[in-house]
Design a protein around this ligand. Structure first.
Ligand code: HSE
Length: 403
């Protein structure tokens, strides 16, 4: 392919960023031929010729000049329909829609293989950080022990503002929305679902296994309270929303999304504001760290551009790890050490602790630090949604390696 002719779906924060990045880079190899949006007549600040716009997806998919679909719309269902239809017609796609991908990857991988057509989506996970292509091409799963990090810019921005700048939670959230990091529905960010979807995609490329989002324990930051922040400050740690996939034995791996007490010795301790950071741990190389902007118009657009240019060389994911003979299985049958802050909820009736390490009660609030099975956390997840509760993970994996 010597010229990429793009049909762009979506002209929001990211779509406009792609338009700008292509214009700025004066890229002679890629050109946007059509832009499909819900309201083609709407006045726009970005200078794009009005004749580029259409409201008809069919018109774009039927255009014989177009040899790449770039899909950056918000609506996961519409995204699924467009991406699937394009792939079925043999048109390669670049997508940034993590919600759609995390839910439909097995089917979309099957279609890619059957139709010999590419679907690239590095922008879906950690914006400008090239985590997917690195995991796919470089890291072999026999050696890979863990991929762990801050995958959501908005929640990290909120935690940084609250923790380091003593901002209020509500103000920090409003700022994250204003700056364009947060999802249309910000509960995706703060309840951990955005991190979860990225983790599901990352795991496909890290270990070759797809785990459906509904099977993974996910807990966000919306119930964090001043007392949790004071506790963390006293202990000299920060609270970060961390997503992780960890090999717990040769035969098993686990994964979850949860706030975590992060000590200063960890790379992600210094990942603040809207930045993302991903730690990749291997048997032989210990820890490696990728850091960068995970949200926002131009950082995400730069990742989309990287996927667009990869198509110039016919690049596609081969999903090699999926066909490995000895792949580890997903397990939730393991113990985590967690901090639970509570007020009215009778926590010991709700959750079974295998062991209590520390317990504190007062008129204001109470906390307990103890060992709980991950399967127990999943089973009791609905009851853990109570507004007077906050949970944080206290890391137990690989303590002998980097402490
Ligand atoms: N809402 C997401 C975030 C955008 O804050 O990280 C990038 O996926």
């Amino acid at each position: 392919m010597n010229k990429i002719r793009i049909g762009l779906f979506g002209f929001g924060v990211v779509g406009q960023g792609i338009f700008e990045v292509l214009r700025k880079s004066k890229n002679a190899h890629a050109q946007i031929l059509r832009i499909c949006v819900r309201h083609p007549e709407k006045p726009r600040t970005v200078q794009a010729a009005p004749e580029l716009f259409t409201g008809s997806a069919e018109e774009v998919l039927d255009d014989p000049r177009i040899n790449l679909i770039v899909e950056v719309i918000n609506d996961a269902e519409a995204s699924y329909r467009i991406v699937k239809e394009a792939l079925l017609r043999g048109i390669p796609v670049v997508s940034g829609n993590k919600t759609m991908l995390a839910q439909h990857l097995p089917e979309l991988i099957r279609i890619q293989k059957e139709r010999h057509v590419a679907l690239l989506y590095d922008a879906s996970s950690c914006g400008s950080i090239p985590v997917i292509r690195n995991l796919e091409e470089y890291y072999d799963n026999d050696l890979l022990l863990e991929v762990k990090g801050i995958l959501n810019g908005s929640s990290n921005y909120i935690l940084s503002r609250v923790f380091d700048h003593r901002d209020t939670y509500a103000h920090a959230l409003a700022q994250a929305q204003k700056l364009g990091f947060a999802e249309t529905d910000p509960s995706f960010d703060i309840e951990g679902y955005d991190s979860l979807f990225k983790l599901v995609i990352i795991t496909v490329h890290a270990l070759g296994t797809y785990v459906a989002p509904g099977r993974i324990f996910t807990y966000g930051i919306s119930t964090i309270h001043e007392s949790d922040i004071c506790y963390a400050r006293e202990k000299g740690v920060k609270i970060k929303l961390v997503a992780q996939v960890v090999k717990v034995s040769d035969m098993h791996f686990t994964m979850f999304v949860m706030p975590e007490f992060v000590t200063p010795s960890k790379y992600i301790y210094s990942v603040d504001d809207e930045y993302n950071g991903v730690v990749i741990r291997g048997e032989c190389y210990d820890r490696q760290f990728m850091f960068g902007k995970g949200a926002g118009s131009l950082p995400t657009a730069s990742s989309i551009l990287s996927d667009i240019m990869a198509r110039l060389h016919d690049y596609r994911y081969e999903y090699k790890k999926q066909s490995y003979i000895q792949k580890p299985d997903y397990t939730t049958d393991l113990t985590l050490k967690i901090y639970v802050r509570y007020r009215e909820t009778p926590i010991f009736d709700v959750l079974h602790f295998e062991r209590i390490h520390e317990q504190y009660t007062s008129e204001e609030s109470n906390y307990v630090i103890g060992d709980v099975r991950l399967s127990e956390l999943i089973a009791k997840r609905p009851a853990l949604g109570s507004r007077d509760l906050f949970l944080a993970n206290i890391p137990i994996f690989f303590l002998d390696r980097d402490n």
